[in-house]
Design a protein around this ligand. Structure first.
Ligand code: XLS
Ligand code: NI
Ligand code: NI
Length: 446
């Protein structure tokens, strides 16, 4: 096959000694961290929409991205070249998974029939590319937000015809995800939310959303789709208030409608920030509720109030994220999907390599530091000490349910000697810094 990204070489691991900017310094796919290789821990995935479809348009300006398929006028030919380019890119970067929306891989036609036909054609091509490269589908999803018909939402639209159309689209997206062996299926509530309560029946819209998810679960069972369903929270954008606000909100929603056994959560770093949380908070909240399914890796800008979807380069954040993932016992069948895009002026194809490479190295480093923190029981020992009053005496009675308010009152009346211990936050922060500085490489030489 003709090479499409001629400027992007195969990216190899060369370690910290190398000054080659197009080589990994930390991500070494086959290197073991604990009992798994980095590739097994990290399960990186390319996001079709950002890496292959985004062209640099923003509300103030036109496309900037130089991409080989931009010169083609036929939308199906563009889709074909994109697919080939995507698989070449993933092979060169050593990314073993990808994710897509239905409308990323094939253009929307003039009717549902035509759109489905376009999909079938491209899916056959993708199937062949997957076979050739051994690259797998992490998840598929349906774009229920770009087309004008979804202006009021999809499953939460006040218009039942829109609900039906969205259902047909998800039916097809489930079929192709299943055909391609997708390991998960994602719902991100694109326009499932509201602009004003003056015209919104929130109770009906939420009931309808749940009806929609229930039908999806039933249909997956019918066609034998074995993948994990995931819901991806986001507090705002495009609507003022999205229904899938954050992890806590999604868990409450799933439990209300009896869907909690069928779904896990896909957590995106930038969405956590928009909800006023850290990525670590959202991962932790999902983990302790057995709901951590997969992650969309990127980073936001704390000075901006929207989803900037930048490539992740913050070592502190990736360390704490990998800490949660290790505590979760890994994230399989989920993975680390690059829901990240280039800045508009980074318009050359080679920038795609720099972006993904930076993200992969940043997560590899975070993985190594998190693994070391866990091996040394740094935070675990401190936690055990901090909560030890619940291991015996009155604390154990509370935990075991042996006491009520009256019993506790009796105890408290006799005990006026409360002694607190320091939380040691600053000490812990400095320990984390020391682990971060010694990183994944230097300690091995010490
Ligand atoms: C947008 C979302 C979207 C989902 C997939 O903010 O992150 O890209 O991941 O629909
Ligand atoms: Ni996302
Ligand atoms: Ni996003």
């Amino acid at each position: 096959m003709d090479e499409i990204f001629k400027d992007i070489p195969k990216i190899e691991y060369e370690g910290l000694e190398s000054n080659n900017l197009l080589a990994f310094k930390h991500y070494n796919a086959d290197e073991k961290v604990g009992n798994k290789t980095m590739a097994e821990h990290l399960r990186f995935s390319m996001a079709y929409w950002h890496t292959l479809v985004a062209n640099g348009t923003d509300p103030f300006g036109n496309a900037t991205m130089e991409r080989p398929w931009n010169s083609l006028t036929d939308s199906m030919q563009r889709a074909e070249l994109r697919a080939k380019a995507g698989f070449e890119f993933m092979s060169k970067l050593g990314i073993n998974y990808f994710c897509f929306h239905d409308r990323d891989i094939a253009p929307e036609g003039n009717s549902l029939q035509e759109s489905n036909k376009n999909l079938d054609y491209i899916v056959s091509l993708i199937e062949k590319l997957m076979e050739k490269t051994d690259i797998k589908l992490l998840w598929g999803t349906a774009n229920l937000f770009s087309h004008p018909r979804y202006m009021h939402g999809a499953a939460s639209s006040p218009n039942a015809d829109v609900f039906a159309h969205a259902a047909a689209q998800v039916k097809k997206a489930l079929e192709i995800t299943s055909r391609l062996g997708g390991e998960n299926y994602v719902f991100w509530g694109g326009r499932e939310g509201y602009e004003t309560l003056l015209n919104t029946d929130m109770a009906l819209e939420q009931d309808n959303l749940a009806r929609f998810f229930t039908m999806a679960v039933d249909y997956a069972e019918k066609i034998g789709f074995k993948g994990q369903f995931l819901l991806e929270p986001k507090p705002k954008e495009p609507t003022k208030h999205q229904y899938d606000y954050d992890v806590a909100n999604v868990i409450a929603f799933l439990r209300k409608y009896g869907l909690e056994d069928y779904f896990k959560i896909n957590i995106e770093a930038n969405h956590a920030l928009l909800a006023g949380h850290t990525f670590q908070h959202e991962l932790h909240y999902a983990r302790i509720n057995q709901m951590l399914g997969s992650i969309d890796i990127n980073q936001g800008d704390p000075l901006l109030g929207w989803d900037t979807d930048q490539f992740p380069t913050n070592l502190y954040a990736t360390t704490l994220a990998m800490y949660e993932i290790l505590k979760n016992g890994g994230i399989k069948p989920g993975g680390l999907n690059f829901d990240a895009k280039l800045r508009r002026p980074s318009f050359e194809p080679i920038d795609l390599a720099y972006g993904h490479l930076a993200g992969m190295d940043t997560f590899a480093y975070g993985l190594k530091v998190a693994h070391r923190l866990l091996e040394d029981n740094v935070l675990e020992d401190h936690l055990a000490e901090r909560y030890k009053s619940y291991q015996s005496g009155i604390g154990l009675d509370i935990v075991e349910g042996n006491l009520d308010f009256e019993g506790l009152n009796e105890y408290a009346l006799k005990n006026d000697q409360i002694i607190n211990a320091s939380g040691r936050q600053e000490m812990l922060e400095s320990i984390i810094n020391n682990y971060l500085i010694m990183g994944g490489v230097i300690w091995e030489k010490m």
